[in-house]
Design a protein around this ligand. Structure first.
Ligand code: ACK
Length: 277
């Protein structure tokens, strides 16, 4: 992609394989936002074979985004164009770069991100507050999520893509509980970019392997580390792992005297079960 003009920063050259007429998109409502981008639910006319109107998700910059943000989005778009279709990887259906700011059009994932999805389906003491009457999940559902995530990541790894931000919040759940790996804002294709390092950007510390964290060395195997954390997120229904992880490490102190007593453990676990998010 090239900038044609410096006067309007969004003047990008259209890619005919992906360009979709902006006027065939109807934005409906904001369904999500990150640090620099926002996502709308929208309808697109004639974007999918055999469907006149499809529900899609449109990702774009927020109003006061910087030029860094702009290029992050353009990088993401470029990268997504190179990823072939896979059931468990969110698909870029098209882009709008002409006559306005860049829009990325994605297939729609009905149930939103996996972290919120899991948290809304916890069997807690407050289960009766489950006003939306959401179906609870079975072990089989949880196992299916882990399998589908592994399948999606296996596919990305086979194409030499490193995700670098694999976490339940970046995984989407579509109709029939189909998993879609998403959020490629930090992803890199190692074929051309394996040496590029992040600095000052957002770094998902709690999901990062030691080599990614300390040496900025991101590989498919560091994605595997993050996958391990995602397994934890799934098994705790979207729980934050820090408290329990700290507890585990506490039990593994070399000096036995520094390990917690069972009474301390009971107290902490009780607190965790009843209060923690
Ligand atoms: O649970 P959510 O609303 O689902 O939180 C995130 C948010 O935008 C920020 O990424 C939602 N989102 C992103 N991409 C899609 C998509 N393709 N389909 C449905 N929701 C999406 C996501």
């Amino acid at each position: 992609l090239y900038m044609e003009s410096t006067e309007e920063q969004w003047k990008l050259v259209a890619d005919e394989r992906f360009e979709f007429p902006r006027n065939r998109i109807r934005l409906k409502k904001v369904i999500g936002g990150g640090a620099f981008g926002q996502v709308f639910a929208a309808t697109a006319t004639g974007i999918m074979d055999g469907e006149t109107e499809s529900t899609v998700a449109v990702k774009m910059l927020k109003e006061h985004a910087s030029s860094d943000d702009f290029w992050t989005l353009v990088d993401e778009m470029d990268l997504l164009k190179k990823i072939d279709k896979h059931l468990n990887v969110i698909r870029l259906l098209g882009c709008c770069v002409l006559n306005g700011p860049p829009w990325l059009i994605f297939e729609y994932a009905l149930h939103g991100n996996l972290q919120t999805f899991l948290r809304n389906r916890r069997r807690s003491r407050d289960a009766y507050l489950n006003v939306e009457n959401l179906e609870f999940l079975t072990h089989k559902d949880l196992a299916s999520f882990t399998y589908q995530i592994a399948k999606g990541m296996e596919f990305l790894a086979s194409r030499k893509f490193i995700h670098r931000d694999l976490a339940a919040r970046n995984i989407l759940v579509a109709e029939h509980n189909i998993i879609k790996i998403s959020d490629f804002g930090l992803a890199r294709n190692i074929n051309y970019d394996y040496y590029r390092k992040t600095s000052g950007g957002r770094e998902p510390v709690k999901w990062m392997s030691p080599e990614a964290l300390f040496d900025r060395c991101h590989t498919t195997q560091s994605d595997v580390w993050s996958f391990g954390i995602v397994l934890w997120e799934i098994m705790t229904y979207g729980g934050t792992h820090t408290p329990v992880y700290n507890l585990m490490r506490h039990c593994w102190q070399t000096n036995p005297a520094e390990r917690p007593t069972f009474t301390e453990l009971v107290g902490k676990l009780d607190y965790w079960l009843t209060r923690a998010s």
